[in-house]
Design a protein around this ligand. Structure first.
Ligand code: ADP
Ligand code: ZN
Length: 433
């Protein structure tokens, strides 16, 4: 029987640093011996494992970036022989061709353990029933949560994404207590439940496990108010394992990183200099004990900061601010950097707008234009034109004051914006360079 106190979540900070270093020095040696690419990178930078005498020397090591994983495709970063690899996964490819990652039996066990610790942090135990609506397959969400939940003794319904009416039936008929999927897909499920006249708040579901895409605090409120469940963040990426690199606890005040396995750093994304806890920058991970495809100083492109204070839950492992954007989501309009999450926060602050929106970028006579298409509450459809204009103006004002550039707001009838079963596509860029 697992119990949170039996995990390393509460280890003393000094013991944690010692453990991290012990694991990391082994990984560094393993990588140097077995991955030619890493050996070459280190030689090029003029460092070898002997130069790294503690975690504080980590900054001397070269970074690994997404394109390195593509350039070494298919097996250039594998650090063990093929017969030790038990599984492959690939990133969902939101930003290009897939990146393939390899896991040994031990790597799968680490992943399973961090998912168990995530589920415990959400307050789940054996006896709970999880409907896992993350996609199964090469995407890590499905299998990752699946094995962790089974290991903890939960009942798992591997429903995967899609077939939303059946999702609602299962939720209703099997006493499901937790659901996992992308936040955008969950918002769609809420809508489907309403169409089926199922009151989500009457269902026994008490925990929602949401991740794989950025979601704002505004979105959390929409979800919690609409469903009656507690919405928790789970963070992860294929390159480092999958979901469970970090998870929120019931305080919902930051995502704890399982840093006894994945060592986090924050670096300035321009200068690449390490930043102290508390400062915002790009999140970088070093896997401390993975064997199949260990990564050193992997730049995630996710922007966040590490909290300096301790969490009231007592966990000593550090927390990051829930990721609200990744650097490659950013678009530049008339010289201004904009993130979709800024637009999401602004429009969800206006009563009457729904969390279904899309940002369409066009170029007209050399000038960039932004159109925000947002669905409105079906109850407002019968309103007078003047009332609708008032709503449009409030959204308009709120977005323009948030991002500081002129935008066009188009109100849409419900169900006009395409729904996604996985990661939502928020930005449609129609500009031709
Ligand atoms: P990709 O989306 O790059 O094809 P993955 O499917 O491995 O690859 O997704 C990992 C990425 O998804 C992360 O780097 C991050 O940008 C995003 N992500 C995952 N979990 C969360 C979360 N809880 N909050 C925000 N973003 C997340
Ligand atoms: Zn906590």
């Amino acid at each position: 029987m697992y119990h949170p106190l039996g995990t390393l979540d509460y280890i003393t900070k000094a013991a944690l640093r010692k453990l991290q270093w012990k694991k990391f020095s082994r990984t560094l040696e393993h990588v140097y011996q077995n991955v030619t690419w890493y050996r070459d990178q280190m030689r090029e930078k003029g460092v070898c494992p002997a130069d790294i005498r503690g975690l504080e020397d980590m900054y001397k090591l070269p970074f690994t970036v997404k394109t390195d994983l593509r350039d070494t495709y298919p097996t250039g970063l594998f650090a063990v022989k093929q017969d030790e690899i038990v599984r492959l996964h690939a990133s969902s490819g939101t930003t290009g061709k897939p990146i393939v990652c390899a896991y040994t039996k031990g790597d799968i066990e680490i992943w399973q353990e961090v998912v168990v610790r995530s589920l415990l942090a959400f307050g789940l135990h054996s006896g709970d029933i999880l409907q896992n609506a993350y996609g199964y397959g090469l995407f890590t969400g499905g299998l990752g949560l699946h094995y962790g939940a089974e290991a903890l003794g939960l009942t798992v319904i591997p429903v995967s994404g899609g077939n939303s009416e059946r999702q609602i039936l299962f939720l209703r008929d099997f006493g499901v207590t937790a659901i996992s999927c992308t936040p955008s897909y969950f918002v769609h499920l809420l809508e489907v439940a309403q169409q089926m006249q199922v009151d989500f708040k009457e269902l026994p579901v008490k925990v929602g496990i949401f991740g794989a895409e950025p979601w704002t605090e505004g979105m959390r409120q929409v979800i919690q108010n609409g469903s009656g469940l507690k919405a928790y963040d789970i963070y992860g990426l294929t390159e480092i394992s999958g979901p469970g690199v970090g998870a929120e606890c019931t305080h919902q005040n930051g995502t704890h990183i399982f840093e006894d396995h994945f060592y986090p750093e924050i670096v300035d994304s321009e200068t690449l200099e390490p930043l102290p806890d508390g400062q915002e920058g790009e999140l970088v991970f070093t896997t401390l004990d993975k064997r199949g495809m260990p990564l050193i100083r992997y730049r995630t492109r996710d922007i966040t900061r590490i909290f300096e204070d301790d969490c009231p839950c007592g966990r000593t492992i550090r927390r990051i601010k829930k990721i609200s954007h990744r650097s490659d989501d950013m678009f530049i309009i008339r010289g201004v950097n904009v993130f979709p999450s800024q637009i999401e926060s602004a429009l969800l602050a206006v009563e009457g707008s729904l969390p279904h929106y899309q940002i369409v970028l066009t170029r007209d006579g050399g000038l960039d234009n932004v159109e925000i298409q947002v669905e409105i509450d079906p109850n407002l459809i019968g309103d007078t034109i003047r009332e609708l204009e008032r709503l449009q103006n409030s959204i308009h004002k709120k977005i323009e004051t948030t991002i500081g550039i002129r935008v066009k707001v188009t109100l849409m009838e419900p169900n006009r914006i395409p729904r996604s079963e996985g990661k939502a596509k928020r930005v449609i860029d129609k500009r031709t360079i």
